[in-house]
Design a protein around this ligand. Structure first.
Ligand code: AKG
Ligand code: FE2
Length: 352
């Protein structure tokens, strides 16, 4: 049944790809206005590639921090290279991700859930507006920090999933701390700003598999959204990610071997009192091969209310967002009310 999302009737995008369907089921077909652009868009925005090894060189460090600040202000997204996560750690995480999605359906379905509060869940996704349009994507999502609290719940098949994915998760945790320090510094805040909220924060890993799609022009792998947290670190195997720039154009994020994509989330926009923007993004799919992404979503403490940094609120920059905590976000997205729009929009304070 088309609109039935119960486990027994669930057909994942990966299963449809394995079946070799030549057209996609109606529930994946988007209205024309929401489909990906049929032609390569004019690139009006260039996404910076930041070499993090420059942070060790005192003579260039301030230039790098400025570059990151500009990217956060203008786009809310940049790529990083020389980030000190070994290529082998990234490759092995992608290998176990691939093996997981290759498992028989029944095996994966043991982790199936549509409950966003579940710490580990496998599934497909409906669009952000919670209507009946699916995305051409399968995913496994799991809480990942503190790792010792959650790792025993992660997939046990393939047998080295926990070990390999665990290595990546720990490495990306270190990188996220480093990136947050630089981002705070670029805002003129202390490097150790929000230290406690970061230590008491959360990390969720979304491991996404976008199978080859027979009609990539009609659907998307993930619908437009911004991430809710502080920052997101994304590892991809080929291009497909697109971000919305200031002029409302969709800009493809090029695949750069060894690079990681950093995206700002809603918590960062709120914390910076709107100086930095959370980036709206989506994933397109393609006709020739699978694409994987491993997306590490970081957020400040779950139950602590977060608002704009006092240091960034003044007469010229009045407070423009309400405080919120991560739990409110979860409640928001598990509700079905599509009239509320994006979570961040509900936090914006109207100018008097
Ligand atoms: O796979 C991608 O490129 C985007 C995934 C994403 O936005 C997410 O998981 O939040
Ligand atoms: Fe995202």
């Amino acid at each position: 049944m088309e609109g039935d999302h119960s486990a027994s009737s669930f057909t994942s995008a990966v299963s449809l790809d394995k079946l070799g369907v030549s057209s996609i089921p109606q529930r994946y077909v988007l209205p024309p206005s929401q489909r990906p652009s049929p032609h390569v868009p004019m690139i009006s925005t260039t996404l910076p590639i930041i070499d993090l090894s420059t942070l060790w060189d005192q003579s260039v460090i301030s230039r790098t921090i400025d570059e990151i600040g500009i990217a956060c202000k203008e786009i809310g997204c940049f790529q990083v290279i020389n980030h000190e996560i070994d290529q082998s750690v990234m490759d092995e995480a992608l290998e176990v991700a691939t093996e997981f999605f290759n498992l028989p359906n029944d095996e994966k379905m043991r982790l199936f859930s549509q409950d966003v509060h579940k710490p580990v869940r496998y599934g497909t996704s409906l669009n952000q507006a919670r209507d009946e349009v699916y995305c051409w994507r399968d995913f496994i999502k799991h809480y990942s920090y503190p790792i010792s609290d959650w790792i025993h719940m992660w997939p046990s098949n393939p047998s080295n999933y926990r070990e390999k994915m665990g290595k990546y998760v720990k490495a990306v945790q270190v990188l996220q701390n480093q990136l947050l320090e630089i981002i705070f510094e670029s805002l003129g805040l202390n490097r150790s700003y929000l230290h406690e909220e970061i230590n008491g924060g959360s990390q969720t890993l979304a491991v996404n598999c976008y199978p080859a799609c027979p009609q990539p022009g009609l659907t998307l792998g993930i619908h437009p959204h911004s991430d809710y947290g502080s920052i997101t670190v994304l590892l991809q195997t080929r291009s497909g990610l697109e971000i919305k720039d200031k002029n409302n154009n969709w800009v493809p994020v090029p695949f750069v071997e060894g690079a990681l994509v950093v995206q700002l989330g809603d918590q960062m926009e709120v914390m910076s009192n709107g100086q930095y923007k959370s980036v709206i993004h989506r994933a397109t799919v393609n006709g020739d091969d699978k694409r994987f992404s491993i997306v590490s979503l970081h957020s400040f403490a779950m139950d602590r209310k977060m608002g704009p940094a006092l240091e960034l609120v003044n007469d010229q920059h009045p407070k423009s967002y309400k405080e919120f905590c991560f739990r409110e976000f979860l409640d928001f997205i598990s509700g079905n009310d599509i009239t509320k729009g994006r979570f961040l929009d509900t936090l914006k304070m109207k100018k008097l």
